[in-house]
Design a protein around this ligand. Structure first.
Ligand code: ADP
Ligand code: MG
Length: 448
């Protein structure tokens, strides 16, 4: 028989495991200051210094504490936080308003995030067009652009915007049948409907929607059955002039491994892209977010952070949360000096040069190929293109010699690398698609 562990012991073990999972540095910073208040009836109450801790953990490791505790206890454990610092009343009211809305929508099977609204979205030159299109669609769903296809890089606000559309439609037409789903979840629903012979239910659910919002559609690339179901769902809704909104990390033309008929559906309405934000937009986002958190961030700090974080707005917010957590732990105001210390990892990251390794990883991810195959001698068309692209990007970004690039790519000689670079250069001029893929990758690697 195993001894019954007391709550403190469980907590201690849990913390040990979390340290292993997230690494010592993050553990020290974010988890160590937490304390267990109690653990009973499959619920843990955890004390944290201030709201930034909760935000950080919920953004970065939303399930780690409950996972680890659950495994130790042997049954699911729900985790709630108790914020030690006296919380601003207005902030608490906003939180609880969001919570109420979230629960109310969830009870109807709508999983929209209440904080992602048009009001909290900052508009600048990089997203002006897509913002206007999103608003238009939210005002008159099914009438103007159908589908609305939004694409752009990671952390540029796609999920925020698609939620904002859903939230606005619900506000204006509370009864309307809105459904927000990630393409990953859609795929799981298809799989589960097939497995449990519930395809009729699935169809019934989807085809009766007024508005369908699908996030990260690139996920269905290569999944034929899901694509087939999505195609029929799309048609059924489209014919009845129901609004469809889709987001993706790349343009329809760039999604490889989807059927042409689906690709052409994606292009039937309006395609709008979100560009990486300019520095001024990043500063405005920081100020907006800071105001929401009742933080005061001096301009020089905002510019400093905005110029260090290349494009990913989630990272931008991550910096702010870190600063907020630090400021409220130490009781100091946010200053440039503090920002330089607290965010030093970020600065170090930025100065790290791009490596052959990171180029190859990005290329593999983009083309959906394995690193091992990229470095092999296999010559499918896709692999050959990916490999040449990797060589070209290494030459552009890493400062390695041609021979070194060849070696990094699984022992090719330097003539192969020269040939690859020439190939890519000449294809870039002729092939818009390839050119865009390269620009995407360059942007991604430069901002990594
Ligand atoms: P994506 O889905 O494109 O990867 P998200 O929509 O998840 O990106 O955005 C990442 C974070 O950045 C979110 O917290 C979101 O609220 C914030 N964000 C992105 N764009 C803006 C914007 N224009 N104004 C305010 N916040 C933004
Ligand atoms: Mg997203």
């Amino acid at each position: 028989m195993t001894a019954v562990l007391v709550a403190e012991e469980i907590w201690e073990r849990a913390m040990g495991q979390i340290a292993e999972r997230v690494g010592e540095r993050l553990y020290e910073l974010w988890f160590k200051p937490m304390k267990l208040v109690h653990l009973k009836d499959q619920a843990a109450l955890v004390e944290i210094p201030n709201r930034f801790f909760r935000e950080w953990v919920e953004d970065n490791y939303p399930t780690v504490i409950s996972d680890v505790l659950g495994a130790l206890v042997g049954s699911p454990v729900s985790v709630k936080y108790k914020v030690l610092e006296k919380e601003d009343a207005a902030l608490r009211r906003l939180d609880s308003k969001h919570e109420t809305r979230k629960n109310r929508l969830a009870s109807r099977g709508i999983y929209l995030s209440p904080k992602y609204t048009f009001d909290s979205f900052v508009v600048g030159p990089s997203n002006q067009f897509v913002h206007a299109a999103a608003k238009r669609v939210a005002e008159s769903p099914g009438v103007t652009y159908n589908p609305l296809f939004i694409y752009g890089g990671v952390g540029l606000g796609k999920t925020h915007l698609i939620n904002a559309i859903g939230n606005r439609i619900i506000d204006r037409h509370p009864e309307s049948n809105v459904y927000y789903v990630s393409a990953e979840r859609f795929t799981n629903e298809v799989v589960s409907a097939i497995r449990h012979a519930k395809m009729d239910e699935f169809k019934e659910k989807y085809r009766n929607l007024d508005v369908l919002l699908v996030d990260d559609i690139q996920f269905i690339a290569g999944k034929t059955t899901t694509q087939e179901e999505f195609f029929h769902t799309f048609n059924a809704l489209y014919e009845r002039q129901r609004q469809i909104i889709i987001t993706s990390d790349r343009a329809p033309l760039e999604i490889s491994d989807i059927t042409d008929r689906l690709r052409s559906r994606f292009s039937m309405g309006l395609i709008a892209d979100i560009e990486p934000p300019e520095v001024e937009t990043k500063v405005a986002i920081l100020h907006k977010k800071a105001a929401l958190e009742k933080m005061s961030v001096p301009d020089d700090v905002a510019y400093f952070v905005a110029s260090k974080v290349k494009s990913n707005i989630r990272e931008l917010e991550g910096c702010l949360i870190k600063l907020g957590a630090h400021a409220s732990l130490t009781g100091e105001g946010v200053s440039l000096e503090m920002a330089k210390t607290v965010l030093r990892d970020l600065i170090a990251e930025e100065d790290k040069p791009v490596t052959a390794e990171s180029v190859q990883k990005a290329v593999c991810e983009y083309f959906g190929v394995k690193l091992q195959d990229l470095r092999s001698r296999k010559r499918t068309r896709e692999l050959a293109t990916a490999r040449q692209m990797a060589m070209y990007l290494c030459k552009q970004l890493t400062g390695l010699s041609l021979a070194e690039i060849g070696t990094a790519l699984g022992g090719k000689d330097h003539a192969t690398v020269i040939y690859a670079c020439k190939q890519v250069e000449s294809r870039r001029e002729k092939e818009d698609l390839l050119n865009r893929a390269i620009e995407n990758l360059l942007r991604k690697l430069n901002s990594a």
